[in-house]
Design a protein around this ligand. Sequence first.
Ligand code: KG4
Ligand code: ZN
Length: 339
Amino acid sequence: MRAVTVDESTVVLGIETSCDETAASIVMGGSDVLSSVVATSIEQHVPFGGVVPEIASRAHVELIVPVIARAIEEAGIADTRIDAIAATFGPGLIGALLVGVSAAKALALVWDVPFVGVNHLEAHLYAGLLEDPDLEFPLVVLLVSGGHTMLVEMSGPGRYRLLGETIDDAAGEAFDKVARFLGLGYPGGPAIDREAAFGDPEAIAFPRAIPDSLDFSFSGVKTSVINHVRKHPDVSTADVAASFQTAIVDSLVAKARRAARQVGAKGLALGGGVAANSLLRDRWVEACDEDGIRAFVPSRAMCTDNAAMIAAAGWHRLGSDGPTSLEAGAYPGLRLSMD
Ligand code: KG4
Ligand code: ZN
């Protein structure tokens, strides 16, 4: 194994296959994104109203080689310039993860460069910061995706403390379930975001179930949407979408502000697919302005699953922990390791 000094010129190939996106990216120095290619099998899952693991794995097998080849081509580098290969090794769907991990290990062997296993959740934390390397810690990061809703204190690269998380549904899961109930299709987050633009956010006062801690709860609001629509079948779908979205965003922003005050954070960062939500993005910036702290709001492409965040997290991990053993597997239930 060739030893690697991690610095501003270190080039990492990142690979992401934890769910339904097959992605590859070339990142130099942990933050200079030379290419980021994302292919998705989402269209194949739409008729089933959710990701079908077997279909996702098969799509990854078909897409992985062309996606990696395109990432290298778009970066305009020779493959001999790649110093390390980082791939998501958890959490995610086991069959899907194995495709990316196996490809990464095979290339690491062929090119004789280190392999780095990356925690997908840690990568989402980096994505919030990738486009704004001018950082001051401590930061509070809200990680909101289809599977997770967490408030994390980041006191430095790779140094985390969990401040709060959902006690039931993840925020993205609530968006997806409500959208499905409203007949808006899958994935639900973007569908509700679009529909909400035509509705009145104050039309229906859905509950903001806020446990008295930094934890979240979204199953109550989901149930009240269902009860409300059953009781008022003629209600405007746009009003329901707008009111539901506002209820979710209200509790996300309120808890994040409270967390920031509690730890004396210099800024609030967003990460994960739900961070693509228009209302959340607007309210995030307003809240930070009011509280006199910095708002880190990544581009939408950086919020949803991509491989640039994997390469960035891999660069940091390579520097702090060195390469991952090729004996390592894929870990569907991997958690974020905390301080
Ligand atoms: O991070 P991500 O791409 O995959 C996971 O790791 O889960 O997040 C996907 C989630 C889905 O639940 C999707 O509905 C939600 O992010 N999402 C949104 C928006 N775009 C994606 N939720 C609300 N508003 C959006 N614009
Ligand atoms: Zn994700």
